[in-house]
Design a protein around this ligand. Structure first.
Ligand code: ATP
Ligand code: MG
Length: 342
């Protein structure tokens, strides 16, 4: 049994413009200790998927279907009380903006202590000790002295370390990290990513790592799920995805990533934009942007199927793509080549 199993998840927002199908038939799983990258363009549903796992979808949003199982437990039918216990206890979360995650009127130490207090029956002195230890673990210098500082006395990078401390204080099994470094500058980002990597190793922590940065995901994750318009269009171990993408969308995404040393002007970019999720195109949602689209693609929604080339990979179910090329319904071939530069 995987640590987290998400099956056919549907999340919709009921807005004045119509029903936004933000997540639509999404399935993926995360094994214990595994780092799963979730990538895709803005609006693909990456954040909504993470919030749904945490039971944090509020009106006008609703989870309309599917299953979220964490250690076998069905989280979609869990009580609010149980969900509060899971959040911050067994599942930690870190979002993009540390300023939003931290409360300006409480000291950083108190904020870490509060998550421990909410989850354990420890005595106050032990809670404080554990908060100091956690701040130390995430690389806050002089944690005992800085315990009583307020968030505004910390830099952005240090604030994000404090957020990580609140997420990790109770030793979760899973961390949902949504663009945790996007608001930070590059050197600070590198430090946080390295820290995440070390902590994940040390504590056998599984991570759902949401990012728009394919390079960061390549360095940080074991497996990747590529989302497009609310669905998973490709899932694979990270190396297979990068060296041998199977879905035209993934290939387009990779081609549009400027690489160091590459001639940027000559790189193709992904034309067009993501459809309005109130009114998704029929058939394959990617067909209006796909250079290989045929008539069948406008009619049939491609299922996520095995796209591997070897029988062993097929048995392991390790590389999957949602494209009619892999169901035998296309007459042409997908003849894209991805040039990988190191
Ligand atoms: N509260 C809300 N009300 C209405 N629509 C929403 C709400 N939250 C998200 N959506 C819609 O759900 C879709 C998915 O949004 P989501 O934030 O998950 O995208 P994302 O992949 O995380 O994008 P980004 O890379 O920009 O963070 C978008 O069309 C978005 O407009
Ligand atoms: Mg997002």
């Amino acid at each position: 049994m995987a640590l987290l199993e998400v099956t056919d998840l549907d999340v919709r927002f009921y807005t004045e413009e119509g029903v936004v199908r933000a997540v639509d038939g999404l399935s993926y799983e995360i094994e214990r200790g595994e780092r799963l990258g979730v990538v895709g363009e803005s609006g693909a549903g990456k954040t909504v998927a993470g919030l749904a796992v945490l039971g944090l979808i509020d009106a006008p949003g609703r989870i309309e279907g599917g299953e979220v199982r964490f250690k076998g437990e069905d989280l979609l039918s869990a009580s609010d009380e149980r969900l509060r216990e899971v959040r911050g206890g067994e599942i930690g979360m870190v979002f993009q903006d540390p300023e939003e995650a931290l409360d300006p009127v409480y000291t950083v130490g108190e904020q870490v202590a509060e998550t421990i207090r909410a989850q354990t029956d420890l005595a106050e002195s032990a809670i404080r000790e554990r908060a100091v230890e956690t701040l130390d673990r995430v690389g806050v210098p002089d944690p005992r002295e800085r315990y009583g500082d307020y968030p505004h006395q910390f830099s952005g990078g240090m604030q994000q370390r404090v957020v990580l401390a609140t997420a990790l204080a109770c030793d979760p099994d899973l961390l949902v990290a949504d663009e945790p470094t996007t608001a930070l500058d590059v050197t600070i980002e590198a430090g946080i990513l390295e820290l995440l990597d070390d902590l994940a190793d040390e504590y056998d922590l599984a991570v759902q790592f949401v990012s728009h940065d394919l390079g960061v995901v390549a360095e940080t994750c074991d497996r990747v799920v590529v989302m497009y318009a609310g669905r998973a269009v490709e899932r694979a171990p990270v190396e297979d995805l990068y060296y041998d993408p199977k879905h035209p969308y993934t290939a387009g995404l990779m081609a549009s990533v400027p690489r160091l040393g590459a001639d940027r002007d000559r790189l193709p970019t992904l034309p067009g934009s993501m459809p309005d999720l109130v009114d998704v195109p029929p058939g394959c949602r990617f067909h209006p942007r796909c250079p290989f689209a045929e008539e069948a693609c406008t009619k049939r929604e491609p299922p996520l199927v095995d796209a591997s080339e070897t029988a062993a990979d097929a048995r392991a179910d390790s590389h999957q793509a949602a494209c009619l090329a892999y169901t035998g319904d296309l007459s042409g071939d997908l003849d894209f080549e991805v040039e990988v530069r190191e």
